[in-house]
Write a protein that binds this ligand. Structure first.
Ligand SMILES: [Zn+2]
Length: 373
């Protein structure tokens, strides 16, 4: 295992921050390379504990010579957000300095990379991928960042952009395990979904807002358009794994999740024994992210859930009540699409406009920005 520290730019006088990456196995001879990070939204802690167990298991695999590729783990992807505390509440979703969501606005370097490689001889798809990845590292090295939040984003991109598989570990407020991915990756990602026991797999060509996973997909998709004379595959398979709710942090569950990810790495050629991996039948079919019904509070009041996360709701089934204890009015919200309710709030007071619950419907019903704020 090799450990590296990557200093962040844009710090205040007398301060330093860095991102630690842990590299297991080897990819110097063209073996596959995977990247797994946790805590980009720094108030989402379950992934950090899963990363802790992943590191233990990867070390054992490396020590016993079973790794057949390289796996990079970044267990704390956002030291900036992790240190944002107001009145004892740690708040790691938005950057205090800019107001930006840490998992949005990842830069696109497709144009500059396309210019970099345009005159170079095209080769096989795999040779083109190597050519483009070298150019991407050159362009990222030249990419100037001033603010810490931008330095954080480019550091994480530089660590992950040369990888064939990128997994971003997040969690929701209260939730059952679910994943986000691109439709082109469903065949590759559904075994991971099944191994993790996910309740929903949500796919979108474009989620909107340039989150970390989409930055990788957008890069390769855009290059295919910019360099039509080159045969370019979507070289980085990505998924965001929502590891249940914010308070679902425990040794036993984290170790089970880490085991599932290791099994997936085995299946995908990063460790020996892939043929022996038994993938369970998935509990669900993937659904379009655009088909997710978001139930939004119309008025303020006390949130009282009627449905639990993980329940398959039929049309018209009750989801949540919002109670006004002054007027005595209760507004009941029901499912207007059938599907699994996969996430809900972890607060119990609603303001008008607040998202209350999410249901994974099959039929697209939303357009534009598909992710929460
Ligand atoms: Zn998140």
């Amino acid at each position: 295992m090799k450990q590296y520290q990557h200093p962040l730019q844009g710090m205040s006088l007398g301060s330093q921050r860095h991102i630690s990456s842990f590299h297991y196995g080897d990819s110097s001879q063209g073996q596959p390379r995977a990247y797994i990070q946790a805590g980009l939204h720094a108030s989402e802690i379950p992934g950090m504990l899963v990363a802790h167990y992943l590191r233990e298991k990867l070390q054992l695999l490396e020590d016993s010579g079973q790794l057949t590729g390289e796996v990079i783990v970044v267990p704390v992807a956002n030291p900036v957000g992790l240190d944002q505390t107001v009145l004892s509440y740690q708040m790691g979703r938005f950057d205090f300095a800019t107001g930006q969501n840490f998992n949005r606005l990842f830069p696109s370097l497709a144009e500059s990379v396309a210019q970099d490689v345009a005159d170079q001889q095209r080769g096989s798809p795999q040779e083109n991928v190597q050519l483009i990845r070298r150019a991407l590292q050159r362009q990222l090295a030249k990419f100037k960042t001033v603010r810490t939040v931008d330095s954080l984003r480019t550091t994480l991109l530089a660590l992950s952009c040369g990888c064939d598989l990128v997994l971003d570990l997040h969690c929701d407020c209260e939730s059952v395990l679910h994943l986000y991915t691109h439709p082109a990756f469903l065949d590759a990602i559904m075994p991971l979904s099944a191994l993790l026991g996910a309740h929903a797999t949500l796919y979108a060509e474009i989620q909107g807002g340039s989150p970390f996973d989409e930055a990788h997909v957008e890069f390769w998709t855009r290059l295919k358009t910019l360099l039509p004379q080159h045969d370019i595959p979507l070289a980085t398979t990505t998924a965001t794994i929502e590891l249940r709710g914010q308070l679902d942090v425990g040794h036993q569950q984290a170790e089970v999740d880490a085991d599932a990810i290791i099994e997936y790495l085995r299946l995908s050629g990063y460790c020996e024994g892939g043929k022996a991996v038994e993938v369970p039948f998935p509990s669900h079919k993937p659904t379009p992210l655009a088909g997710t019904e978001v139930i939004v509070a119309e008025k303020a009041g006390v949130i009282t859930y009627v449905a639990e996360c993980g329940k398959y709701l039929q049309l018209g089934e009750p989801v949540v009540d919002v109670v006004d204890p002054i007027s005595g009015e209760t507004i009941r919200y029901v499912a207007t699409t059938a599907g699994v309710m996969f996430a809900r709030q972890n607060r119990r007071y609603a303001m008008p406009g607040m998202d209350l619950a999410y249901i994974a419907g099959k039929i697209p019903l939303r357009t534009g920005e598909l992710l929460s704020m």
